[in-house]
Design a protein around this ligand. Structure first.
Ligand code: FAD
Length: 279
């Protein structure tokens, strides 16, 4: 097992929409750098909606001397557009991408030239060879649009076979789902690191809203406990820290190759969990 002090951590941000948000995120990042993250990644809006904000935030992270990964989503995009984005990222000195399909808001036709994230991974490899390390998304609790768990696993394998190097999971609070998924990936001989995505619990309503949208299951006992705290944010945070720290401990003890924190542009919860883990 990896020595705890050297257990790899990565941290995800989203691009802020206002100058105040940019400043707030800068302060959060500087605090989170105390964890010596292996890299920090920045999400990318489907349809390229946040492209400028994503690239600006990635530039800021690189300028702060930290490895940065840009997310890149392909839904609704043309090959020419993605090619242009890859050229910009290369010029910026980005070496790492998180390649995704993305989700368009309902009512939008895709109108794009990519159907699945595996098409994007293949295109990035075709266009840029080995210039980028590519991570892809994984779903231990099964992607909400998957025809079946088996077809979702095949879709995951297709992304790896198209040239992805590693994966980051959707967040979950049930460690067994992760361990089972990793077993299935290993049984296919895929030989890739599957890093668990960790969502610290800071607000009950925010968590419920996100989880309903992305298909992450909040176990009944966690949901009920959170509901029972009502507006008592101190109790929600204390409970959330206990639950997430326990989960991370189980994951690390079970052989997870690292932890990827969905920071939600906040530093406190991620720092506290890592502090409790001794990271
Ligand atoms: P895919 O791997 O293409 O899978 C999408 C669906 O299609 C799945 O149900 C899969 O089973 C199915 N499928 C794939 N291939 C096939 C096939 N050949 N035949 C049949 N079915 C198939 N979204 C953003 O917009 N921006 C972000 O920055 C972003 N970052 C993320 C980071 C992480 C770590 C994770 C886990 C998710 C992120 N997302 C982001 C959300 C993601 O875009 C959505 O979950 C999206 O719905 C699926 O993207 P994907 O890359 O997993 O797609």
């Amino acid at each position: 097992m990896t020595d705890i002090a050297h257990f790899p951590v990565s941290i995800e941000f989203f691009p802020p929409k206002t100058p105040e948000g940019v400043e707030k995120l800068r302060r959060a990042r500087l605090q989170l750098y105390a964890l010596k993250p292996e890299f920090c990644s920045v999400t990318f809006g489907a349809g390229g909606a946040t492209q400028e904000g994503t690239f600006n935030t990635v530039r800021d992270i690189l300028a702060e001397g930290v490895n940065a990964a840009s997310h890149l989503s392909c839904i609704g995009a043309t090959r020419a557009k993605v090619s242009e984005q890859l050229a910009i990222l290369k010029t910026m000195g980005v070496k790492r991408l998180v390649a995704l399909r993305g989700d368009l808001p309902s009512g939008f036709g895709t109108g794009g030239e990519f159907q699945y994230a595996s098409d994007l991974v293949a295109f990035i490899r075709f266009e840029t060879g080995d210039d980028f390390r590519i991570e892809v998304a994984a779903y231990p609790e099964v992607h909400p649009q998957a025809r079946s768990p088996q077809s979702d696993l095949q879709a995951f394998a297709a992304k790896i076979n198209a040239g992805a190097n590693a994966a980051i999971t959707q967040y979950f609070y049930n460690a067994d789902a992760y361990f089972r998924f990793v077993e299935e990936v290993d049984a296919l001989g895929l030989n890739v690191a599957v890093v668990p995505g960790i969502m610290p619990i800071a607000s009950s309503t925010q968590l419920m809203r996100f989880s309903d949208a992305c298909g992450a299951e909040i176990p009944r006992w966690i949901r009920l406990r959170l509901q029972s705290f009502g507006d008592d944010t101190a109790s929600i945070k204390a409970f959330g820290l206990d639950v997430v720290t326990d989960l991370c401990e189980q994951l690390r003890a079970g052989g997870a190759p690292g932890l990827h924190f969905y920071s939600m542009n906040q530093s406190v919860a991620t720092l506290e969990v890592c502090h409790r883990l001794g990271l």
